[in-house]
Design a protein around this ligand. Structure first.
Ligand SMILES: Nc1ncnc2c1ncn2[C@@H]1O[C@H](COP(=O)(O)OS(=O)(=O)O)[C@@H](OP(=O)(O)O)[C@H]1O
Ligand SMILES: [Mg+2]
Ligand SMILES: [Mg+2]
Ligand SMILES: [Mg+2]
Length: 351
């Protein structure tokens, strides 16, 4: 058995099951959106997906630590919201019984569900096995009917070893035109994964067991002017103006593709786009590890290089945030230094 085979299998099934829950929320239910302290939204889909993923991890790897985005405090005082989430969680299963049983069976009751959600409160750090979970990345995209991702990564002694991204609104076809919107061609979703040193792969998301996988790779980029770059939809999350300036410097003529979430990492990893730029808007913002861990590994294993705007690799060993990094540049390894040079020119001119 190859290294981390069990972790990869469980992580993919857990993300697949959580993705089903998020789709149900989108199609069947009011989203139950509440505002967090930082004014960002969280929905019943975020809470439910986090509970299901943590329950699968606790059943299989009880000793591991977990860093997850959401916490249950607001659910302890909001009975209606808690019950809606519980109704969803207890009725979301994989249709393949052996896949479902690999995830350890059902959560016992509402209280156990809250406890599961709060198991995601680890401080993170440089030693041991730590899972990073973003139950819905791109919650704004999810609410809009755009792209979002269910994200799970295993970090061991500060290094990302396993990364899985469920992108329920991406087309299965790698060559479909890359857009931020989910049009009629918008597919039934893709599950991406990577293990350090073992390459990256994708498979269609299903409602049961894992579908057949294929290897993915970044697109060879011989001519920078033909590159497509991705960026956040939200102008508050990354600096669109600076990014446009960088693209221009690089001779990129295609307009940027704006899509929410780590679907950006996944899209460039499978050659549907080429470069992902995330330049800071606020100097004080610290990126969260769950927003990057899985995507960073998937891109690197597909032939890419990922650094921050100073050229440092992303450091997942310093807690819940990437406190040692500012911004993100993800590009094919062969052109990364060229992209970094353009970023630094624009960035240094601003000072
Ligand atoms: N100020 C600021 N700067 C940078 N990043 C921020 C900021 N505020 C929030 N966030 C995080 O952005 C996550 C959404 O990812 P994206 O920026 O790729 O999505 S989007 O295109 O803007 O919707 C989003 O993840 P989710 O909360 O999981 O949706 C946030 O963790
Ligand atoms: Mg959020
Ligand atoms: Mg996120
Ligand atoms: Mg999130």
């Amino acid at each position: 058995m190859s290294t981390y085979a069990k972790e990869l299998e469980i992580a993919q099934l857990a993300v697949q099951r959580a993705s089903i829950l998020t789709k149900r929320v989108f199609h069947e239910k009011a989203k139950g959106t509440v505002s967090k302290d930082d004014k960002s939204p969280v929905t019943i889909g975020d809470f439910g997906a986090q509970a299901l993923i943590i329950s699968a991890l606790k059943a299989n790897f009880p000793e591991d630590e977990i860093v997850a985005e959401e916490e249950a405090a607001s659910l302890r005082t909001n009975e209606a919201l808690r019950q809606t989430i519980w109704d969803l969680v207890k009725t979301t299963q994989l249709s393949d019984p052996s896949a479902e049983s690999a995830l350890g069976g059902e959560i016992a009751d509402e209280d156990a569900m809250l406890t599961m959600i709060d198991h995601g409160n680890s401080k993170g750090g440089a030693s041991g096995r730590i899972w990073a979970i973003d139950p819905i990345d791109g919650t704004l995209g999810f609410l809009r009917g755009g792209q979002y991702a269910v994200c799970l990564a295993l970090i061991v002694d500060g290094q990302v070893q396993v990364g899985v991204l469920g992108c329920p609104n991406l087309p299965v076809d790698d060559t479909a035109p890359l857009t931020g919107s989910v049009g009629e061609e918008g597919g039934s979703g893709v599950l991406f994964s990577a293990v350090l040193g073992q390459g990256a792969s994708s498979r269609p998301l299903t409602t049961g067991g894992l579908a057949e996988q294929k290897t993915i790779a970044m697109r060879p980029l011989s001519d920078m002017s033909a590159a497509t770059f991705c960026e956040s939809v939200e102008a508050g999350h990354s600096a669109h103006g600076d990014q446009a300036e960088i693209a221009k410097k690089l001779g990129i003529t295609n307009p940027s593709v704006r899509l929410d979430s780590q679907a950006k990492y996944a899209s460039i990893a499978r050659g549907a786009g080429d470069i992902y730029l995330r330049l800071p808007v606020k100097a004080t913002y610290q990126e969260k590890i769950w927003d990057h861990a899985a995507g960073d590994l998937i891109v690197r294993e597909a032939g890419g290089a990922v650094t921050d705007i100073q050229g440092k690799t992303l450091d997942f060993s310093v807690g819940r945030t990437l406190a040692n990094n500012k911004g993100v540049i993800a590009a094919p390894a062969s052109v990364h230094s060229k992209v970094l040079a353009a970023v630094q020119e624009v960035w240094n001119n601003k000072k």
